[in-house]
Design a binder for this molecule. Structure first.
Ligand SMILES: [Zn+2]
Length: 275
């Protein structure tokens, strides 16, 4: 049992471990389409300090942190610069670890890449389709969030409140969705885009499906702690969890979200592009 200070409630909370003496952690890693900025360094340091502290107390830590190496941002940059998408992803991954190493951040124990788990992701989506928790549109396979009774748990809002507040534009507003909060699991590819086979047509996985699959594949059900930036709480983490819940899988038992580096106006740190 670990004691953690909860900044949201200003109380000490107990963190129950799945296995005494060990802690399994999944940290959402970078989408490798550009160089990291100071905010990435800050976030990664938070969990590096946590890991080092836990290890110092004698706990065996397994820290899985993924690389999102297929994403619209990578594809868009590849098109813009007329370069292979894989070239961008691989170079940016190298730069990422060089930068983190300069900050003294230890390499995670496991670094899964999304493109290495496409078969398993297709398998998870097929399970959701078989359970009527997902459906097909013209541009992909979508998750039906209405099958998840407590959807909105991490966002700490129910669906109606999210809609009243305008929600997230990336999530709310696509055509043909049965519910505005439904999100893409599999995107059909356009000509020239990277594509993998699936029972529904060639395409690529949605980001939320990548992390739920990689965390469960490597850490197993009921792993201890899922981490990431505060901006990932919703929709990314909510949607990871929704897929696990819809399949009756025991997902992360605890969540931790870090704040941001902000400027004097309180604005989130801007991305500065290298030339
Ligand atoms: Zn993630």
């Amino acid at each position: 049992m670990l004691n953690l200070y909860d900044t949201a409630t200003a109380k000490i909370r107990l963190l129950e471990q799945r296995k005494p003496g060990e802690l399994s952690i999944y940290l959402c890693g970078p989408t490798v389409y550009g160089p990291p900025h100071i905010g990435h360094g800050r976030a990664t340091l938070v969990y590096d300090i946590l890991r080092r502290y836990l290890e110092w107390t004698g706990i065996k830590v397994r820290l899985v942190s993924n690389i999102t190496d297929i994403d619209d941002k990578i594809i868009n940059r590849a098109e813009r610069e007329k370069r292979p998408w894989l070239d961008i992803a691989q170079k940016c991954e190298t730069v990422w670890f060089e930068s983190m190493s300069r900050l003294g951040v230890m390499r995670p124990t496991d670094v899964p890449r999304a493109t290495e788990y496409v078969d398993q992701i297709v398998g998870l989506i097929a399970e959701l389709v078989a359970k009527n928790a997902a459906y097909t549109t013209d541009d992909g396979i979508y998750m039906s969030t209405s099958v998840v009774k407590d959807y909105g748990l991490l966002a700490q809002q129910n669906i109606d409140e999210m809609l009243a507040g305008g929600g997230d534009r990336a999530v709310f507003g696509a055509d043909q969705k049965k519910h505005p909060a439904d999100f893409v699991l599999w995107k059909f590819s356009k000509p020239g885009e990277p594509a993998w086979p699936s029972p529904w047509g060639e395409g690529r996985p949605g980001w939320h499906s990548e992390c739920v699959v990689m965390s469960l594949e490597l850490l197993g059900e009921g792993f201890d702690l899922h981490c990431g930036g505060a901006d990932l709480r919703f929709p990314h983490h909510e949607n990871e969890r929704a897929q696990a819940v819809a399949l009756g899988k025991d997902f992360a038992h605890h969540w931790m979200h870090n704040g941001f580096v902000v400027d004097t106006e309180g604005e989130k740190c801007p991305r500065v592009w290298a030339t």
